[in-house]
Design a binder for this molecule. Structure first.
Ligand SMILES: Nc1nc2c(ncn2[C@@H]2O[C@H](COP(=O)(O)OP(=O)(O)OP(=O)(O)O)[C@@H](O)[C@H]2O)c(=O)[nH]1
Ligand SMILES: [Mg+2]
Length: 643
């Protein structure tokens, strides 16, 4: 298996060492430790391949099969939800297991004790506070640094599994996503897929497991269904593998379908492992250094002022805060009114959509020929999903447009404070934020991290030229998260429109926010797309006469459409109603917090103006740092070309 070349590895490690030595004593223990950990991972070429899926999809069985185990001692398997903690498997000449606890303690154990720490039976809800169990042994296939990761089942009755999983997913370099053909993908699985997508996991392998339990038609249906769903959430999956982990575990590798999956994994590792490792390394190091770089940036950007000028800014800011209250109250009242109207319209359109969906479903079923009826029974989840989505999407879209409009208005009319030298303090909608970042470059990006974006063309030029501009820019408070999420999800005129039926969209402002379009969010826990519907097709598929079957399908379809619309009306609409109030609270809180941060910063600056020597040192450090950080980005590009 190929990895990263010796030459590239040295270059990357050398780069991180130069970065640390440039920072000198400013590099605190946290930065040094994170960089050291990243170097360790790179040296050992560790590549985490995690198996993910809902409970009982066969994840631990697959791990045992891939490790060539004859027993389930190290990855316990059962009919009830089993795995309660994360286990990692890596190659070593000797067998050993170490339990790593959340508080950092490490306890070596024998293989026979692994069950005590990773199963719901012995470590219920992970009461033992296990962070991970590291298991080593002469496992075939793991010699080149590949580490397999077994995870607890998502969306099981054990809620803590999801928290564990969500925290782990961003660390995975690649995942094998396991589903089964008997149960169509449900809401829990869709959410898990979203998490993988949000984490930008470099690669996902997808497999339908337990195919030995199903007929060919069920497998074909599941493949078609999953293909459509993966396309809908815009996840790029080359092949949907059909496997039986159990058969492979029992020794029938050839008949298990596992060879195809292993082949795809091998090819990916050969072609891309180096690129993934390099990119991961650079991003870990850059993320560790970024807060410090931001602080330096901000200090420089405000260094041109005298203490008296800063004092004047401070007083002016405090006076305007008092007088802006009335203006703010008016803007909020108008927003509340617009929002309530949007909700009322949505409710009315929802009723209409409910009726239309029921009529369409009934007509489709009635018009289906007698010989096609059994097939329709099997495809019912997909058919109903389509119908519901078709009718639910337009009202949801209208609602999105109306509330986005209301949100844009409040952002535009929210008060703005002006300080000396043209400093303006105001809320910035995420769309403009792109422009701000574009203008002010690194400084603005950096400043966002501490709550402000410094922009304004004149100031940006100064910052770029001398890295020492005063606070004479537009000081812009990034729009609060709820609003960015909402605005990012829809509304004409926003360049990052998330088109209907897109699972997620990533927006770079104010920090990277990954959002789900509102109309998908509306489904919420109902998950009208599939949850629950999957069970419909199975129980009566072949057992009833065709005409009885038709009646039954109509009845079940109506019930499910009723259920979905009822849930949207009773669960999601009230949530949408509350969102308006939340947005205002969020807006207020964000603006107030950021104003106080700005005040505190001004006070510090007034009292501790850096002397010229300090400034010169800071400027030089900043230049070096920027150069090194951009060198890091170049590594990723180079290694991409090289592999
Ligand atoms: N028929 C069949 N059963 C399988 C297959 N893979 C796993 N199973 C069975 O499915 C059940 C669950 O398997 P596990 O490997 O424990 O599933 P898991 O996904 O790790 O479950 P959790 O740890 O609870 O999330 C066990 O009874 C396995 O024997 C398969 O390919 N075919
Ligand atoms: Mg398991």
């Amino acid at each position: 298996m190929f990895g990263i070349s010796e030459f590239d590895r040295h270059a990357l490690i050398d780069w991180s060492e130069r970065l640390l030595s440039t920072l000198g004593p400013r590099a605190n223990a946290n930065i040094a430790q994170t960089v050291q950990e990243a170097v360790d991972v790179l040296r050992q070429q560790r590549f985490y391949l995690a198996v993910l899926g809902k409970a009982k999809r066969g994840k631990s069985t697959l791990i045992n099969a891939l490790l060539g185990r004859k027993d389930d001692l190290i990855a316990p398997v059962d009919k009830l939800p089993v795995s309660s903690a994360i286990s990692r498997f890596r190659y070593a000449d000797r067998e050993q297991a170490v339990v790593v606890f959340r508080d950092g303690r490490r306890q070596p154990i024998g293989f026979e004790r692994i069950r005590e720490f990773v199963t719901e039976d012995h470590n219920r809800e992970n009461v033992k506070a296990v962070d991970v169990v590291e298991i080593e042994g002469p496992f075939p296939g793991l010699q080149a640094g590949l580490e397999l990761v077994d995870t607890p089942g998502a969306g099981s009755i054990h809620e803590h599994h999801d928290a564990l999983l969500h925290a782990f997913i961003p660390q995975a370099d690649a995942v094998i996503f396991l589903v089964t053909a008997r149960m169509p993908l449900d809401q829990d699985e869709l959410e898990l897929l979203q998490k993988v997508k949000e984490a930008d996991t470099p690669k996902m392998f997808f497999a339908i497991n337990r195919v030995d339990e199903c007929g060919e038609q069920d497998i074909q249906d599941a493949i078609a269904h999953n293909t459509a769903l993966l396309a809908r959430v815009k996840l790029d999956v080359k092949t949907i593998h059909r496997i039986s982990a159990k058969r492979a575990f029992q020794g029938d590798l050839a008949g298990s379908g596992l060879l195809g999956l292993m082949d795809e994994i091998g090819q990916f590792l050969a072609s891309s492992k180096g690129r993934v490792l390099a990119a991961r390394f650079v991003s870990r190091v850059c993320n560790a250094v970024q807060p410090l770089a931001q602080a330096i940036d901000l200090q420089l950007a405000s260094s041109g002022k005298t203490a008296a000028q800063i004092e004047a800014d401070l007083r002016s800011l405090q006076q305007q805060k008092v007088s802006m209250e009335r203006e703010r109250h008016l803007a909020e009242r108008k927003f509340q009114a617009d929002w309530s109207k949007a909700v009322a319209v949505f409710k009315a359109e929802l009723n209409k959509a409910h009726h239309q969906a029921t009529t369409e479903a009934t007509n489709r079923i009635s018009e289906t020929g007698v010989f096609e009826i059994s097939r329709l029974a099997r495809q019912l989840p997909t058919v109903l999903t389509e119908i519901i989505e078709t009718h639910l999407a337009p009202p949801a879209q209208h609602f999105e447009q109306a509330v986005c409009e209301a949100t844009r208005n409040i952002l535009a009319s929210y008060p703005e404070l002006r300080l000396a030298d043209g400093i303006r303090v105001g809320l910035l909608p995420p769309g403009n934020h792109h422009a701000a970042v574009g203008v002010a470059g690194g400084t603005a990006v950096a400043a966002v991290g501490v709550g402000f974006a410094l922009a304004g063309e004149a100031a940006a030029a100064t910052i770029a030229a001398a890295n020492a501009a005063a606070l004479s820019a537009t000081t812009t408070v990034a729009a609060p998260s709820v609003i960015s999420t909402l605005l990012a999800s829809a509304g004409p005129g926003w360049e990052f429109l998330a088109p209907l039926a897109t699972g997620t969209a990533t927006v770079a402002a104010p920090a990277a926010v990954t959002i789900t379009p509102l109309w998908v969010a509306l489904a919420g826990p109902v998950g009208w797309t599939l949850a629950g519907l999957g069970a419909l097709a199975v129980p009566f598929a072949w057992k009833l006469s065709r005409e009885r079957l038709r009646e039954k399908i109509v009845q079940v379809a109506r019930e499910h459409i009723d259920n979905v619309f009822r849930h949207v009306a009773t669960e999601r609409v009230p949530h949408c109603e509350r969102m308006g109030t939340l947005i205002i609270e969020d807006l207020r809180l964000t603006f107030d917090t950021q104003l106080s941060e700005l005040e505190a910063r001004l006070v510090t600056l007034r009292d501790q103006l850096p002397d010229p020597a300090e400034l010169a040192e800071l400027t030089s450090l900043n230049n070096h740092l920027r150069k090194l950080l951009s060198e890091g980005a170049d590594f990723c590009t180079l290694s991409q070309v090289g592999t």
